[in-house]
Design a protein around this ligand. Structure first.
Ligand code: HEM
Length: 407
């Protein structure tokens, strides 16, 4: 490869497929890569698993709060708003708020959701099966995460599509079909926060088992979440949990269709889903990167990172690192151990990981039990994005198991 032509920033480079060949070349030849940006100044792209992990566990050197977590620096007004969200906080503020949220969002709470997630999944799959042919992204994969978040938050059913619309405006900035102006993006964040604020106010002082009521009415670790903090959390949890999980479900279907025998193997042995879902997370890496900012000068693999430099943790590349994963470009549903970083690592490790894993397991169990096979009716259309490994459309025909009937 010609090093001068490498570009891991260009969202256009992610349209046909994730540029894994380029990532592989960089891991072998220039693992801490200086990427120029079209508007000048660039960023360091960390492509090795060990470096992504080391930077993630060192927030004192690699700060999430300084300029938040996307490549472009936010304007001061947006930065102030972002810094109220978990992802863009550093210790000690981050730990305090994270422990408070974790106390409400417990593994027990997630486990108790399983029957409801199954019920929602069955209803979504029944509707798709009745149609026979559909867009797997819009009609199936996008529905479950948004319905589950709405359920957890106690958002009225009829408002759930507003959550998706706001989310799309906040994350689709590089795709011509979803891009809106920076002003409209900020507006989406404000509208969503205002909506969350109103929900929080309405639940304060009222008993309930949804996450809003739990967070608004309890005191954890001497800290009480106020309406302003909740509004920020609401935006963060909804955006972080929606598009990523939709991507995991859509890309998992594509990965299974692309690897003959894998669908049948999972259908025969649903226990394989335990390692299978970890492998699908590694293989599909729904989020390509999050960014940090260096707080001091530091050397990494011979490169000099200066204070204030942008540092991008390329999860998609780390998850294919041949030093950690044997035959990394192969989907191996039995892979174990599987120390992937699809959910990040360390201080900011995904708070919704248990929920995402549960949704994926229930979804795939139901999908495999219901359909003998799924046929592609045309090429999938990928999202133009260097942030999310998204798919916009997967036209499919769903072929039910012989004798299967809706409940
Ligand atoms: C397949 C689905 C998902 C993927 C791939 C994913 C990925 C990630 C990643 C990479 C991070 C950052 C980790 C880091 O910086 O070290 C993160 C953080 C986070 N995720 Fe997820 N996520 C998913 C689902 C969810 C869900 C379902 C929720 C909530 C309902 C959620 C809520 C969050 C929150 C609140 C954070 C911030 C945690 C913090 O800063 O302490 N995510 N996620």
């Amino acid at each position: 490869m010609d090093p001068a032509s490498l570009d891991v920033y260009d969202p256009g480079a992610y349209v046909a497929a994730v540029p894994h060949e380029m990532f592989g070349w960089l891991r072998r030849n220039d693992p801490v890569f200086w990427q120029e940006l079209p508007e000048g100044r660039g960023y360091w792209a960390l492509t090795k698993h060990a470096d992504v992990v080391a930077a993630s566990r060192d927030p004192a050197t690699f700060s999430a709060a300084r300029q938040s977590i996307l490549i472009q620096d936010p304007d001061p007004e947006s930065l102030a708003l972002l810094r109220t969200q978990l992802l863009s906080m550093d210790p000690p503020e981050h730990g305090r708020l994270r422990r408070t949220v974790l106390a409400g969002f417990t593994p027990g709470m997630v486990r108790r959701l399983e029957p409801r997630i199954r019920e929602l999944t069955r209803t979504i799959l029944d509707a798709a099966a009745a149609r026979g042919e559909c867009d797997f992204v819009r009609d199936v994969a996008a529905e479950l995460p948004v319905q589950v978040i709405a359920e957890i938050m106690g958002v009225p059913h009829e408002d759930r599509h507003r959550l998706s619309e706001w989310g799309d405006r906040l994350t689709g900035m590089d795709d011509p079909e979803t891009a809106v102006s920076p002003e409209a993006t900020r507006q989406a964040s404000v509208e969503m926060g205002t909506y969350g604020f109103a929900l929080a106010q309405a639940r304060k002082g009222r008993a309930g088992s949804d996450l809003i009521s739990v967070l608004m009415n309890a005191e954890f670790d001497g800290h009480r979440v106020n309406e302003v903090e909740f509004a920020a959390l609401f935006v963060q949890i909804t955006v972080a949990g929606n598009e990523t999980t939709r991507t995991l479900l859509s890309q998992s279907l594509l990965a299974l269709l692309d690897h003959p025998g894998s669908w049948e193997a999972l259908a025969r042995d649903p226990e394989l889903l335990e390692t299978g879902i970890e492998e699908l997370l590694r293989f599909t890496s729904p989020l390509h990167y999050f960014r940090r900012t260096a707080t001091r000068d530091v050397r990494l693999r011979g490169k000099r990172i200066r204070e204030g430099d942008r540092v991008v943790l390329l999860y998609s590349s780390a998850n294919r690192d041949e030093e950690v994963f044997a035959q990394p470009d192969r989907l191996n549903l039995r892979r174990a151990p599987n120390p992937h970083v699809a959910f990040g690592f360390g201080e900011h490790f995904c708070l919704g990981a248990k929920l995402a894993r549960l949704e994926a397991r229930v979804f795939l169990e139901e999908l495999l039990a219901r359909f003998e096979r799924i046929e592609l009716l045309g090429p999938p259309r990928r999202l133009r994005s260097n942030l999310i490994n998204g798919v916009k459309q997967i036209p499919v025909r769903l072929v039910p198991q012989a004798g299967w009937r809706a409940a």
